[in-house]
Design a binder for this molecule. Structure first.
Ligand code: PLZ
Length: 445
């Protein structure tokens, strides 16, 4: 087994999904609970660079990165090498039973790389949701307060607490209540939909959120404010300038722990190592996952030492948290981000994609907004000249892209956003060809 990339080409040799994938999908229906669904049920046999290869021999251009995970590419050679070496030595001892160096090394790296030069500590867990759960536990413990503030369109996971933190009912919450107590939702600085217009969106939304927090909860009762610096599942909403800094200042003045959910935005995706850096926001706690370990399950909570050090020994942990194989993958990812200058690469991807997306929006008035940073970009589809969401057109464009061999994802509270998350190592010719396919999908309407 080598970790060589499959040929870097788009190749459509059957219907998508093809006969082999369709047969597997039938088998799946009898074995896998339908609650877990797939965007595009092509069954994957290989992936790497900018492509995903399926059981029928189709090679799709990947504009999804497994939801912002394979920033360094699938089967990245550096990741594969470290993972293989670790699997040969030991696969698990449980860090809470007998520790190992790689866990410490990953925490050292996170403490160094996350925003702010204050003293930090980290813990490692298994998923984004688990990282957010722990961030809230730590904030509550350290402040002795209960309330947690979140935002419209926010997404933080599927566990009881993180599902409660999440804004959208279908499909995440419907029927799964009752939800966790002491969670309060505030308005989001959503430039495209802000009633007062883009110009004043940042300061107005911050003022409104702060007023609501003060009046409805009382700032002294708030343990944590949890926010994605660019919202992911909720629609790739890049908050208007000034919004995050104003919230961070309010938290600082009121002893509220500012938690940045960098699960989707982290690890060079937006052109900075972490999206908070864009406006110089320094969170008290950063939750990371996804891009951290090239697809191996790993997540982390990194926070101010004075918060993290409060928790009694044994108060945090889990059987698999910081698994040694996943830690080796993370160390490889961090080397790769640095050596290959992947944050610059993310900016270069944005520089190629944004002008083409803007030009596409000029030709197609159904594209109401083009937004994002680096390699985290999106277009929002609406009835022309309005902000009325067009989820049907969004699904249709995604379907056309899929049929032509381009894997794109949708998102958004209204299901009307096409999002683009190519691996940061995607070759330029595939990036451009993916955009050609997208343009053709719009032209076909
Ligand atoms: N915070 C910002 O984007 C995961 C969810 C896919 P886990 N996003 C993809 C789905 O439908 O389940 C996410 C995120 C942000 C937290 C999470 C949760 O991370 O690793 O999926 O638990």
């Amino acid at each position: 087994m080598s970790s060589q990339n499959p040929p870097q080409e788009r190749r459509v040799v059957t219907e998508i999904p093809g006969p082999r994938s369709r047969a597997l999908q039938e088998r799946r229906a009898a074995a896998v609970a339908p609650g877990v669904s797939s965007v595009l049920p092509v069954y994957v046999t290989d992936a790497g660079g900018g492509v995903i290869v399926d059981a029928d021999g189709n090679s799709l251009i990947d504009f999804g990165s497994g939801i912002a995970v394979t920033n360094v590419g699938n089967a990245n050679p550096r990741v594969a090498e470290r993972v293989k070496a670790q699997v040969d030595r030991f696969t698990h001892t449980c860090f809470m039973v007998a520790p190992y160096e790689s866990y410490v090394e990953v925490c050292e790296a996170l403490n160094r790389l996350t925003p702010g030069d204050h003293e930090k500590r980290s813990i490692l867990v298994n998923s984004g949701a688990e990282a957010l759960e722990n961030a809230v536990k730590i904030a509550r413990y350290a402040t002795g307060r209960d309330a947690v503030v979140v935002f419209d369109h926010g997404y933080h996971g599927r566990t009881l607490l993180t599902m409660t933190l999440t804004s959208k009912n279908m499909p995440y919450k419907q029927g799964f209540g009752p939800y966790a107590p002491e969670v309060y939702r505030m308005p989001m600085a959503y430039p495209f939909r802000w009633p007062g217009g883009r110009e004043d969106c940042g300061p107005q939304a911050a003022a409104q959120a702060i007023d609501q927090i003060t009046k409805q909860i009382g700032a002294a009762n708030v343990a944590a404010l949890v926010i994605e610096p660019i919202q992911g599942e909720g629609g790739f909403i890049d908050p208007a300038p000034g919004f995050l800094p104003a919230l961070a200042a309010f938290c600082r003045d009121n002893g509220i722990v500012f938690v940045a959910d960098e699960v989707q935005t982290g690890f060079a995706r937006t052109g900075d190592l972490f999206a908070c850096e864009h406006e110089g926001v320094v969170p008290d706690i950063v939750a990371t996952a996804k891009g951290i370990a090239g697809g191996l399950p790993l997540a982390a909570v990194t926070g101010r030492a004075e918060l993290m050090d409060r928790i009694h020994a044994g108060g945090l942990g889990g059987t698999y948290g910081g698994n040694p194989v996943a830690c080796q993958a993370a160390l490889a990812v961090l080397e790769e981000i640095e050596n290959e200058k992947l944050a610059d690469r993310a900016r270069a991807i944005g520089d190629i994609m944004l002008p083409r997306l803007r030009a596409l929006a000029e030709r197609h008035p159904a594209i109401g907004d083009v937004r994002g940073r680096g390699a985290m970009l999106a277009i929002e589809l609406v009835e022309p000249g309005t902000t009325v969401p067009d989820a049907a057109l969004t699904a249709e464009i995604a379907r056309r892209c899929h049929a032509a061999g381009l894997l794109v994802l949708t998102c958004g509270t209204y299901g009307n956003v096409l999002r683009f998350l190519p691996p940061l190592v995607i070759p330029e010719h595939l990036l451009k060809e993916g955009l050609d396919v997208l343009e053709e999908a719009f032209a076909a309407g």
